[in-house]
Design a protein around this ligand. Structure first.
Ligand SMILES: [Zn+2]
Length: 244
């Protein structure tokens, strides 16, 4: 049985005899894995179609319940990669890595596909904004995972006016009115405003993650939270070594 999906390539891993095992995020937001035989041989003209975050039309052959289907066809529709743009291409690797860990086989979450394709399009259009697009993706991914409460009200006391000072596992965002914190450990003023921007902008308009002390602090806390949730994706270590 052959099934065809619009999908985004997540992670290609080498497999025996020059093949690749490739994970995809389908348009329905489900993770599917396929074996592309001979994909790494130079003669295979589809090799470039398995780059992370490429939007493809992919056909699988295989029974419903087998673990690895065979990829019979893969056409590239859109690639976010910008030749020679190190920062943007590292962000592509990080996003592919985290979505590969969040998406599940047998579970459909169309929000994941919408979010990742928005990030991929924005990366192609604005590669110089790659770090802003990464922070945007991380923020919404935490939301999809259900671990990021709305920042409008403090999660402990319900105050909507006092500045947010912390993100906690038990109560989410907490405010200065109920939570005494050493000022050196609290968010600088403007955290709620930065979060509001993240919630209302598009991926291409994502605010500068280093644009203010509050933006920097929020970006760091959200990234740490996501990495903890996903058990430390390796791609971030490369990004940090090279850029941060
Ligand atoms: Zn409070």
């Amino acid at each position: 049985m052959i099934q065809t999906h619009a999908a985004i390539v997540l992670r290609p891993s080498p497999f025996q005899e020059g093949g690749l095992v490739v994970s995809f995020l389908t348009e329905h937001g489900e993770r599917l894995v396929g074996l592309a035989k001979g994909a790494k041989q130079p003669s295979a003209k589809w090799v470039s179609n398995f780059e992370p975050l490429g939007l493809v039309n992919v056909s699988f052959f295989g029974k419903e319940q087998v673990e690895v289907r065979r990829v019979t066809r893969c056409e590239l529709v859109h690639s976010p990669l910008v030749l020679g743009h190190l920062e943007s291409n590292l962000v592509v690797a990080c996003l592919a890595d985290v979505f590969d860990r969040v998406a599940r086989e047998g579970v459909e979450d169309p929000r994941l596909f919408r979010l990742l394709s928005a990030c991929a399009r924005a990366l192609k259009a604005k590669p110089d904004q790659a770090m802003a697009i990464l922070a945007y993706g991380e923020h919404w991914l935490l939301h999809c995972l259900g671990v990021l409460p709305h920042p409008r009200l403090c999660g402990l006391c319900g105050n909507g006016e006092a500045p947010l000072v912390l993100l906690t596992d038990e109560h989410g965002w907490r405010c200065a009115a109920c939570t005494p914190v050493d000022p050196r450990e609290a968010f600088p003023p403007g955290a709620r405003e930065h979060l509001r921007l993240l919630r209302t902008c598009t991926a291409e308009e994502a605010p500068d993650p280093e644009g203010s002390p509050a933006a920097r602090a929020v970006t760091r806390v959200l990234r740490d939270r996501l990495r903890r949730e996903l058990d430390g994706p390796r791609s971030y270590e490369v990004l940090e070594r090279l850029l941060l």
